[in-house]
Write a protein of this length. Structure first.
Ligand code: HEC
Ligand code: HEC
Length: 271
């Protein structure tokens, strides 16, 4: 029958085309593909996608349920992939014959790479690393000279003018923590933007932007007081998108920063 002939020959013909193409063009582009989406925002996007689409099987932080539901993806070694491009393919195509379906060939390239970026960040966070600093020394600096508790909470102690750092070691690796300390303005989540408000008689109020809609906004000042303002009153306001966190570059020595990183990296939730 005619259709049989067609189905038997098509793969061969396809193969010939592919071989021809590979011969004429570049060799297997996928293998050498580098991930173009590796910023902190991409990690965050990847985490969100992961929590929506993958966490039911692989656990909220990719550390896995068990082999049946979905393995731990934070160990740094994968059975089905050794490179970023390999991971990309597993996430897209799944693992045949298992409940790992894959997101499918229709998925956006960016989405797939962001998932790869997120998985790489998780594995870096769990790598056994030899850090120069001392966690105990870092803890003292955190609560003393570094004045970090003025803005950050760790296990219920401290203030809320910056992110809670109780589990910061689960989401930031040591290199990222170093740059958090010395370059706080690099990527500031809108959650941590501030508002500068000026009144008609020269009053100045400044605080974290807590919420904002078309007509009003609310800020929290340095004493954690909440204040609401109308956007159409006689007070003017200005958004500030830099971090309120001072850089530790000048105020702390490199040794002190290493200690802080060792301390922060030790702040993690046991799996
Ligand atoms: C229905 C459950 C399920 C969902 C949902 C799921 N996975 Fe999986 N995943 C599995 C299972 C089971 C395996 C192990 C397959 C095997 O036997 O090798 C696996 C394997 C993997 C592997 C390969 C691990 C290795 O060692 O090579 C990666 C990477 C992975 N999953 C990523 C993801 C990502 C990213 C998502 C979300 C887009 C996702 N998975 C969604 C169940 C799931
Ligand atoms: C005046 C308030 C303030 C002080 C003091 C401060 N921080 Fe921050 N910190 C913030 C804010 C706000 C952010 C979030 C915006 C950003 O990314 O910089 C932040 C972010 C961070 C982050 C990144 C957290 C994450 O989840 O991404 C780390 C780590 C950090 N701070 C550590 C420290 C340490 C250690 C000190 C003391 C040396 C310190 N901070 C002092 C306000 C502060």
């Amino acid at each position: 029958m005619r259709w049989r002939t067609v189905t038997r020959w098509t793969p061969v013909a396809l193969l010939a085309v592919m071989v021809g193409a590979a011969w004429n063009v570049q060799p297997a582009a996928q293998e050498t593909d580098e991930n173009p989406y590796t910023s902190r925002i991409d990690t965050r996007m990847g985490r969100r996608l992961f929590q929506e689409q993958c966490s039911t099987c692989h656990g909220l932080n990719a550390a896995g349920g068990n082999e049946a539901t979905g393995p731990d993806l934070t160990t740094g070694s994968f059975r089905h992939a050794s490179s970023d491009a390999g991971l990309y393919r597993v996430i897209r195509d799944g693992v045949p014959g298992t409940s790992m379906i894959g997101v499918g060939a229709d998925a956006q390239e960016q989405t797939l790479w962001q998932l790869v970026t997120y998985l790489r960040s998780r594995e870096a966070a769990n790598a056994v690393v030899d850090l120069a600093g001392s966690p105990a020394g870092g803890q003292q600096i955190f609560n003393g000279k570094g004045d970090c508790a003025r803005c950050h909470m760790v296990n219920g102690q401290g203030q809320r003018l910056g992110p809670d750092l109780s589990y910061v070691g689960n989401r930031r690796n040591p290199d990222e923590l170093q740059s958090d300390l010395t370059n706080p303005d690099a990527e500031v989540n809108p959650r941590w933007w501030t508002m500068k408000v000026s009144g008609p008689n020269g009053q100045q109020v400044e605080g974290l932007r807590m919420d904002e809609d078309t007509f009003t906004f609310r800020i929290m000042d340095a004493d954690e007081n909440l204040r609401s303002f109308s956007k159409y009153g006689d007070w003017s306001y200005e958004r500030v998108k830099t971090s309120t966190m001072p850089s530790a570059e000048g105020s702390l020595t490199a040794t002190e920063r290493d200690d802080l990183v060792a301390y922060l990296f030790s702040l993690r939730r046991d799996r």
